[in-house]
Design a protein around this ligand. Structure first.
Ligand SMILES: NC(=O)c1ccc[n+]([C@@H]2O[C@H](COP(=O)([O-])OP(=O)(O)OC[C@H]3O[C@@H](n4cnc5c(N)ncnc54)[C@H](OP(=O)(O)O)[C@@H]3O)[C@@H](O)[C@H]2O)c1
Length: 233
């Protein structure tokens, strides 16, 4: 991880859950991490924890609603002005709404598409352009996908979400092919976790926390622990 010390990573959805854990871990390894989400106060608290833990990197909170393209573009402009640009882009923000294909609300589908697919694509494009203009040839674009991006589980509440994660699988492979065509060494990766205990299911079932509890109690799962393997980034 030494070569990443002092370099800039953008982590979307850094206020809680997997994104917060990734952001904290990268700060521990010395990176300058711009963590974005709507609930910026939670990222500020995490940033203070990083300081009190004596981590060598820094966490820079940035408030951004990823459903609004202008806010994403302003964030990249701000990063360029303050920190030169993005070397690592971790597209982590994602969510599900319980809206089945036969009866679900379009608003829920649109929100999943906006965050899980469109925002990920806009951040990817802007991060690549940022790397290209600074001749960064070892950048990383990492999409937090899901096992739902690889197989369809018969669970109507998750079918549209599954469609959005299949899109992430296709977008990551398409990105890999475009990067190869562009003869760059920037890497495209997707990571596909199984069930992780975060706010995800509580947000999915915001009116029925017992359903979220049931989701996490169904199988034994561990806490989030992120350990970068040497040179995996
Ligand atoms: N938990 C699991 O079991 C699991 C399994 C496989 C894959 N995943 C994937 O892992 C990723 C992270 O999930 P998680 O479990 O950590 O979920 P989480 O605890 O619910 O966190 C979701 C994050 O996304 C952010 N977000 C949502 N909508 C946003 C918006 N409009 N603008 C900006 N940020 C937004 C949230 O921030 P704010 O609300 O503060 O904006 C939050 O930081 C997702 O892509 C998810 O699909 C999760």
């Amino acid at each position: 991880m030494d070569r990443w010390k002092g370099r800039v990573a953008l982590v979307t959805g850094a206020s809680v859950g997997i994104g917060a854990a990734i952001a904290k871990s990268l700060v521990q390894y010395g990176m300058k991490v711009v963590g974005c989400a709507r609930n910026v106060k939670q990222i500020e608290t995490l940033a203070a924890e990083c300081v009190s833990s004596g981590f060598s990197g820094t966490l820079i909170p940035y408030k951004c609603d990823l459903t609004v393209e202008e806010e994403i573009l302003s964030m990249f402009t701000w990063i360029k002005g303050q920190h030169k640009g993005v070397d690592v882009c971790i597209n982590n923000a994602g969510l599900a709404h319980p809206e089945p294909l036969l009866s679900g609300k379009t608003t829920g589908w649109r929100n999943m598409l906006n965050v899980n697919v469109l925002a990920l694509s806009v951040c990817t494009r802007e991060a690549y352009q940022s790397m290209k203009e600074r001749k960064v040839d070892d950048g990383q674009i990492i999409n937090i996908n899901s096992i739902c991006g690889h197989r369809v589980i018969n669970h109507p509440d998750g079918h549209f979400y599954t469609g959005s994660k299949y899109a992430v699988t296709a977008l990551t492979e398409g990105l890999r092919q475009e990067l190869r065509e562009a003869k760059t060494h920037i890497r495209a990766t997707c990571i596909s976790p199984g069930l992780v205990k975060t706010e995800f299911a509580y947000r999915l079932y915001c009116d029925k926390p017992e359903m979220a509890d049931a989701t996490y109690n169904r199988i034994k799962i561990g806490d989030i622990e992120i350990t970068p393997v040497e040179d995996s980034l």
